[in-house]
Design a binder for this molecule. Sequence first.
Ligand SMILES: [Ca+2]
Ligand SMILES: [Ca+2]
Ligand SMILES: [Ca+2]
Length: 497
Amino acid sequence: MDHIPRGPVTTALVLALGVSLSGAAVTGGDPSTNGNTDAAAPPAHTTAPPSAGTFTKRVVATGLNDPYEIVRAPDNSLWATEKSGKKVTRVDPKSGAKTTLLSLPKAVHSEDGQDGVLGLTLEEHKSGALYAYIAYSYDIDPTPAVQARTKIERYTYDAGKQRLHSPKAVIAGMPSGNDHQSARLRLGPDGKLYYTIGDQGVNQFGNTCRPSYAMRLPTAHEVEGLDWIAYQGKTLRLNTDGSIPSDNPVLDGVRSHVYTYGHRNAQGLAFGPDGTLYQNEQGPKTDDEINILQSGGNYGWPNVAGYRDDKAYVYANWSASWPTPCDELTFSNFKIPETVPVLQETDFTEPFVQPIHTFGTVNSDFDFQNPKCAQGEMWSVCWPTIAPSSFEHYGTSRKSAGSTGEGLPGWDDSLVMTTLKDGTVYRVDLTENGQGVSKVTKLFAEENRFRDTAFSADGRSLFVATDSAGPVRDIRGAPSTEPLANPGAIIEYRWER
Ligand SMILES: [Ca+2]
Ligand SMILES: [Ca+2]
Ligand SMILES: [Ca+2]
């Protein structure tokens, strides 16, 4: 989703806001959270002292061009990839000073597209070296025409010169396009790279006539020929040199980089302290999902969105239209032509892994053409989905920092999740065994498209990166007509007692 016209490009009016936000949940119902949004109720069973404190908002840095991933480096600076800015920038979290660590001017970013400089994860090597793994779109066509692919490269950090140098190819030639790149990159506790690669936005908008590969598995022939076309709609697991781990799952008789499949647009990926891999992904008009990824699992897309419940979602395979070929049809979000094959979710009878939580699961009588969103046909802003865009496990990120701070009371073993059109940062609490969701709390709701997070070393500051432009809901749930509050920024929410 979210492949819709952008809002007006804003001028950067940045206020050093001393706004205090309630440390407890921001109240206000959201119909898309399945009634699990907790409105400021204190935890039922706790011996911890009451969390008397507030979050203070401070804009750390502005002028970033669609920051996509922010990570905290060993020296406690923040490193940001800039999707449309085509670079990696170091930000001093105190002064906001910016240094360009790496420029990638040849990276491909299509207008309003989801491609560009995206995933980033750091590795502190035994040798003392600091490596940055970076995923970005590039052009394989030597002529002025563009044929985009995605690659991951490893760079070495020179702390003296403050730059990234000596790129080493990890993997190249993966699919790329203007929609659903996903592109979250993580170094797992097992030393492997994990990478989400989206379904490329097929079966909708400008990509309506391209078939879905999300459930199509790579063949032995393709893997031999380094043909990664079937990696659309997957989670990949790679050795850091790009080779295929020997313990990756064998799927349809073939071992490849594919770790899980049947995904749409997974921008959230986070490991828990016991190695559990949490993921979130954006649904179509319904059913954003939170999943736990298990090696070899099929997660259902495009046959199933959320649960296999035959609610509002059906799989309309536009690319298979017959006898009228797809390219003679006009895509519609609301009317499926008779020539387009339609499958109910229960028509798909193979096993698949259900989400542990969904947002925006609605019945088929839901009105997807809410008059509030009629102007400019901004329908998707009114759809019940929230567009999750990142995931970060709180306890793990503090532990990995060797933190000595006291952190945020009550936040242990929770996940922080940003959203785009919903303009909200959520905290997702896990059940005791970590295998389910116990509570979802709204932390901050603003007219911002929140893209990614990082915690400070003491665990008491949450840094959040925002998109430079794009649609967001206002307080009425209608498309905001105001400029984004903090476009292209990194914001700090500091918890103070
Ligand atoms: Ca991050
Ligand atoms: Ca799914
Ligand atoms: Ca469903």
